[in-house]
Design a protein around this ligand. Structure first.
Ligand code: SF4
Length: 374
């Protein structure tokens, strides 16, 4: 049976899910600062960071959730959302616990805000995950539900194991991460969906307790300095980040700094966590945002979390409807196996390998046998 933590230093006296990390620096006052994200938690012995899964043990920062998960599921790749990456294929998806942001509108707060890592019932080592994904016909593994930034050592090892097995790896993240940690997290990733939560520093500070600039840096890094296929999601929250001006600013920045071929998804908010007093996003808001983005010159703009065939269709620059979707279901597919428009032959940006998958919209929870805890 494969070991749980094949390549990470174990921590003396700690459980099998705790590994040493390279992301800490000693301060003059005796504390150790975690250097994974700009939160820069400064910890004394035994303290945990804001994300709760990274902690101080002795003279280092450790990750306490290596190999643990809130559960494994097979999802459609469109659910990440990724519309230009192996369309129609199943992806083995999982998250752990904790998050390094503190969004008042969190849509996954039961996982991301969980402080009960002892109740993370599922466990799997990287090789075991990759082998399971392959056996079940998945084309990729996704780190999702909570942000892989906080469990980057585990995500990074799983991504390497996926590649080794001939699969791809996907990160779904808020992009709030420092450069060194970012480099390790994305070294073996093939695709990412980055949440761009709004487009003002004021929104990021007040509602997500983070900074917009860091996320923009991550986007520029991914698009210009790596081969990671990148799509962007903005959850539109009525009255908070959905003004015409803010949406126009975001789209203009994407067009200028990332290019007009980077797909952008506008998704619908539902009242949750500390924002239960805000109404759900009306479909008309998503359609308005999409129009603004198209006017700004972005070529691939989608609506999400609603039924909207027009807003979920990939259209070629020649006007041909190439991939017609209804939520996560593909109803028409007119892209060649190597990613070209079936009508004019233009290349569709993204990762297209062979025919579309036929996984459909279903979500299938799976169980993986507990690993060896050597
Ligand atoms: S990763 Fe966690 S512990 Fe490290 S700085 Fe960010 S929130 Fe703090």
């Amino acid at each position: 049976m494969a070991a749980l933590t094949p390549s990470r230093p174990r921590v003396e006296g700690a459980d099998a899910f705790t590994v040493g990390t390279a992301y800490g620096r000693a301060l003059d006052d005796g504390r150790i600062e975690c250097t994974v994200c700009p939160r820069a938690c400064r910890l004394r012995e035994g303290q945990r960071g804001l994300c709760f899964v990274r902690a101080r043990e002795g003279d280092q920062i450790v990750l306490t959730s290596y190999g643990r998960s809130s559960g494994f599921c097979i999802d459609p790749i469109e659910k990440k959302p990724l519309n230009h990456f192996l369309p129609g294929t199943p992806v083995l998806s999982f998250g752990t616990a904790g998050c390094n942001l503190a969004c008042r509108f969190c849509q996954n707060w039961d996982i991301s805000k969980s402080r009960e890592i002892d109740t993370l019932a599922a466990q799997a080592g990287p090789d075991q995950l990759a082998a399971t994904a392959k056996r079940l016909g998945c084309k990729s593994i996704a780190f999702t539900y909570n942000d892989p930034t906080v469990f980057l050592e585990y995500a990074s090892d799983c991504a390497a194991a996926a590649r080794e097995a001939g699969l791809k790896a996907v990160a779904v993240s808020a992009g709030y991460i420092n450069p060194a940690a970012r480099q390790e997290l994305y070294a073996n990733m093939d695709a990412a969906n980055i949440d761009l939560k709004g487009f003002t520093e004021a929104f990021y500070e007040k509602v997500a307790f983070a900074s917009l600039r860091t996320v923009l840096d991550t986007l520029e890094y991914l698009v210009h300095e790596t081969g990671v296929w990148t799509e962007i999601t903005t959850l539109l929250i009525p009255g908070h980040n959905d003004s015409d001006a803010e949406i126009a600013d975001e789209c203009a920045w994407i067009a200028e700094h990332l290019g007009d071929g980077v797909p952008l998804h506008f998704t619908a908010f539902h009242p949750d966590f500390k924002m239960r007093d805000v109404p759900p996003t009306p479909p008309a808001t998503l359609r308005r945002a999409r129009s603004i983005a198209l006017e700004a010159g972005l070529k691939y703009v989608y609506t999400g979390n609603v039924h909207d065939r027009v807003g979920q269709t990939t259209t070629c620059t020649c006007g041909e409807a190439l991939i017609v979707r209804d939520w996560y279901r593909i109803d028409r597919y007119a892209v060649s196996d190597s990613g070209q428009c079936g009508s004019c032959g233009a290349r569709v940006p993204g990762v297209f390998e062979g025919p579309a998958g036929d996984w459909g919209p279903k979500r299938q929870p799976i169980r993986i046998a507990a690993p060896s805890l050597r």
